[in-house]
Design a protein around this ligand. Structure first.
Ligand SMILES: Nc1ncnc2c1ncn2[C@@H]1O[C@H](COP(=O)(O)OP(=O)(O)O)[C@@H](O)[C@H]1O
Ligand SMILES: [Mg+2]
Length: 217
């Protein structure tokens, strides 16, 4: 079976692309899947994360130099892995982002529930629509990140999301220190153990939903 490819994309820096890509990849790898994180951001934050310790369970490689040829480079690697998770730069119109969206079965767009972040994400929706010209099967989901439940603002912004035109994943990520700890330790969330039980459950739910979306693809 050839790899299912997930592109984590957003025009907005700080939306949580690298966090989402690494948590998801770590969770899939901890379940025994063969996972590559293709770090397409020249800042190489995903690569830094994995180099902070020796325990990150997925393979992480710098692919930022592939530019518009990324989809071809990943196709060649597809038999080696069950999942390829692409972490991308905050640039909706960059050639490497277009190439990532061309390769992907699923685009995940992390968004912080704030109007400023939503407005800044409009470009990525256009990039996803454009990518469907060459990749008509491309699915896309918004992933709410740094969720602060039970606030008026969260309710208002969540109410705006359906108008965005990309369906929302039911699973979301709350703002949690545990996720920053993972990056500091070069680890996956599972390896934090009991200290991070709620975070582990949250990431598990997200992984299961993503696996479900990709089943049969
Ligand atoms: N759910 C979260 N909980 C806590 N911190 C988070 C969360 N998501 C992102 N962060 C932090 O926010 C900052 C930006 O996240 P990052 O994943 O690097 O975004 P991007 O890759 O989109 O630029 C980082 O310091 C990261 O640790
Ligand atoms: Mg990043």
């Amino acid at each position: 079976m050839s790899a299912k490819i997930i592109a984590v994309v957003n025009q907005k820096g700080g939306a949580g692309k690298t966090t989402l890509a690494m948590l998801l990849a770590g969770s899939l790898a901890d379940r025994g899947r063969r996972v590559l994180v293709a770090d397409a951001d020249p800042q190489n934050t995903a690569l830094h994360w994995s180099s902070m310790g020796s325990g990150f369970p997925a393979q992480v490689e710098d692919v930022s130099g592939e530019e518009s040829k990324l989809h071809k480079a990943l196709r060649k690697r597809a038999e080696e892995f069950d999942y390829i998770v692409i972490d991308s730069p905050p640039a909706a119109t960059a050639p490497v982002t277009a190439s990532a969206l061309r390769a992907a079965h699923l685009a995940l767009v992390p968004v912080i529930p704030s109007p400023l972040d939503l407005w800044a994400s409009v470009r990525i929706r256009e990039a996803i629509i454009l990518a469907r010209n060459k990749n008509p099967e491309l699915e896309a989901r918004l992933v709410v990140n740094q969720m602060q439940p039970n606030t008026v603002l969260a309710r208002e912004v969540l109410g705006m999301l359906p108008e965005f035109g990309i369906p929302m994943l039911a699973a979301s990520l709350k703002g949690r220190t545990a996720y920053r700890q993972c990056a500091a330790l070069g680890a996956s969330i599972q390896s934090l153990g009991n200290r991070a039980a709620l975070a582990v459950m949250e990431v598990d739910a997200l992984r299961r939903e993503v696996e479900g979306l990709l089943r049969g693809r």
